[in-house]
Design a protein around this ligand. Structure first.
Ligand SMILES: [Mg+2]
Length: 152
């Protein structure tokens, strides 16, 4: 494939009942197939997240995560619990500017910035990565199939 798709986590792939990963309250628990934190907030994805990842993977695209959360350990655990972990070939999860995350994905994958489609809900990240030549897509109300389809 001539493109790689990279996603932010907080407020792009998941919203965790309306907060950021580093503001949740571990330990997490599974109740009736759903994941909650210790404050009983549901740790949820956006409705189309799994279908989008499944579709891109089935079409042969490489996928990456770029998150600047202050709690990479919690983010990784939530990715496993919410069953999105296995879709990603590249995971860059640590506090920094997203230019660093995407530079590392470029080096590890061999894809150029111009082949990278990056989805994020924060303007600063969009601006930083557009400057590299990445196609950076602003996500307003969580990821959606329609939004992703436009960039295939
Ligand atoms: Mg975000």
């Amino acid at each position: 494939m001539d493109k790689i798709f990279v996603f932010d986590l907080d407020f792009t792939l998941w919203h965790l009942s309306g907060t950021w990963c580093d503001c949740t309250c571990p330990p997490y628990k599974k109740v009736n197939g759903k994941i909650y934190d210790s404050c009983n907030a549901e740790m949820n994805l956006y409705p189309e997240t799994i279908a989008i990842l499944e579709n891109l993977k089935s079409e042969g695209y490489k996928l990456g995560v770029a998150s600047r959360t202050d709690r990479p350990d919690w983010a990784r655990e939530l990715m496993r619990l919410l069953k999105i972990d296995d879709y990603f070939d590249y995971k860059e999860i640590y506090p920094s500017a997203k230019t660093k995350h995407l530079s590392r994905i470029k080096e590890a994958s061999g894809y150029s910035f111009s082949q990278m489609i990056f989805f994020d809900d924060e303007y600063r990240n969009i601006a930083d990565t557009q400057a590299l030549g990445v196609t950076a897509v602003f996500v307003k109300n969580g990821i959606s199939k329609n939004l992703v389809e436009k960039y295939k």
